[in-house]
Ligand binder design. Structure first.
Ligand SMILES: Nc1ncnc2c1ncn2[C@@H]1O[C@H](COP(=O)(O)OP(=O)(O)OP(=O)(O)O)[C@@H](O)[C@H]1O
Ligand SMILES: [Mg+2]
Length: 340
């Protein structure tokens, strides 16, 4: 096949906020995906979604399929920008569609759907002005998060609050900083898990990844904060999570967590790949925090490849599985001979 890889590149720009490029991909990730696609005998061209005029590019360069990892430029629908252009041009692409990408980026609306599907998710409330009355049903500690960000942007130790004063201060800070609604939800104490779902012939949950923050005493950050994601492994800063894959769970809990991740993938209408973040409460009830239809694919550092490796897959096989799942969705099992 002739394939284009659409991406947004992580850059260094001192004039931008420290977390500005956090959702974007590194050159190493882009190179790894290109290598994996080439190793399967396909022709692949990398297209920087921020730089190229995609309409002109794809009109000039016909491809069979786009491998899309682009997070989009800005705004609440940014992850849907590239798929919307590709839909308009009638070009097949890997991963979720415009609708599911926009939905999953909106944590509150996703949680409403999860509730309707009887999938447990922490009790929550949305603040758009910052002056709303706090729902008395919500119990402290509460975590305050931007409603439409990823890569834990805007989430640090001070986002977990124990009083109304601290809550309103944080809500206002985040509304000002990220110019969007803020989600407040009950903080779930207990194991942090993330579950990769891959449509590899059938919808499959990969071995569950447990992230243990017990060793992060120096930072005092016992959850996946922005600093934890950005400076993962930095002992000086005390940002040293321990990964267990498969997670240390009894069989019953493991099965329940996997089932919930698959149901979340399906409820949000994801395709090919997703990663669902879950916290267990003290009774081992899995609470879904959110779903990521564009999970990081850094071959060394990202959560999703770690789970694929634990399932016995190589990086090339993971990338090929995503590609083949998309190909089957668009073309069935037949060979593609449009452009090669
Ligand atoms: N209700 C909660 N209870 C406990 N911890 C939470 C809760 N919500 C968020 N967290 C912690 O904050 C982290 C980041 O939150 P969340 O996954 O909602 O944000 P994100 O920016 O979308 O993350 P990602 O980097 O996966 O895109 C979680 O992985 C978890 O460690
Ligand atoms: Mg998350």
């Amino acid at each position: 096949m002739k394939i284009a890889l659409t991406y947004n590149l992580k850059e260094k720009d001192e004039t931008k906020p420290a977390d500005y490029f956090s959702e974007f991909d590194s050159q190493e990730t882009i190179n790894a995906i290109i290598g994996a696609i080439r190793n399967r005998g396909h022709e692949v061209h990398a297209v920087n979604a921020c730089e190229a005029n995609l309409f002109t590019y794809f009109k000039k360069n016909m491809v069979d399929m786009v491998f899309n990892i682009a997070e989009g430029k800005s705004g609440k629908f940014r992850e849907s920008e590239i798929p919307a252009i590709l839909d308009y041009l009638n070009i097949p692409y890997t991963g979720s569609n415009t609708f599911s990408l926009a939905l999953a980026l909106n944590k509150a609306v996703t949680k409403k759907i999860l509730k309707a599907e009887s999938i447990p998710t922490p009790l929550f409330q949305v603040f758009s002005k910052g002056s709303e009355e706090l729902d008395p049903a919500l119990k402290f500690p509460i975590i305050v998060k931007p409603n439409c960000e990823g890569s834990a942007k805007g989430i640090n130790a001070s986002n977990v609050v124990n009083s109304k004063d601290a809550l309103y201060e944080k809500v206002k800070e985040l509304i000002n900083m990220y110019k969007q609604e803020v989600l407040v939800e009950e903080f779930i104490h207990g194991k942090e898990l993330t579950v990769g779902v891959l449509e590899n012939g059938k919808v499959t949950a990969l071995p569950i990844l447990e992230i243990d923050f017990a060793a992060c005493i120096k930072s005092g950050e016992y959850f996946y904060s922005w600093r934890m994601k950005e400076f993962q492994g930095n002992a000086e800063l005390g940002l040293v999570p321990t990964f267990y894959c498969p997670a240390r769970l009894d069989q019953e809990t493991e099965a329940k967590v996997k089932e919930i991740a698959i149901r979340t993938h399906q409820a949000v209408g994801c395709f090919d790949i997703s990663r669902t973040d879950i916290r267990l409460d003290k009774d081992n009830v899995p609470y879904v925090l959110e779903i990521n239809p564009l999970p990081g694919l850094d071959p060394k550092e990202s959560n999703f490849p770690i789970m694929a490796y634990a399932a016995g897959m190589k990086y090339d096989e993971l990338i090929d599985a995503i590609l083949m799942s998309a190909r089957e969705r668009y073309f069935g099992k037949k060979e593609i001979s449009r452009h090669n």
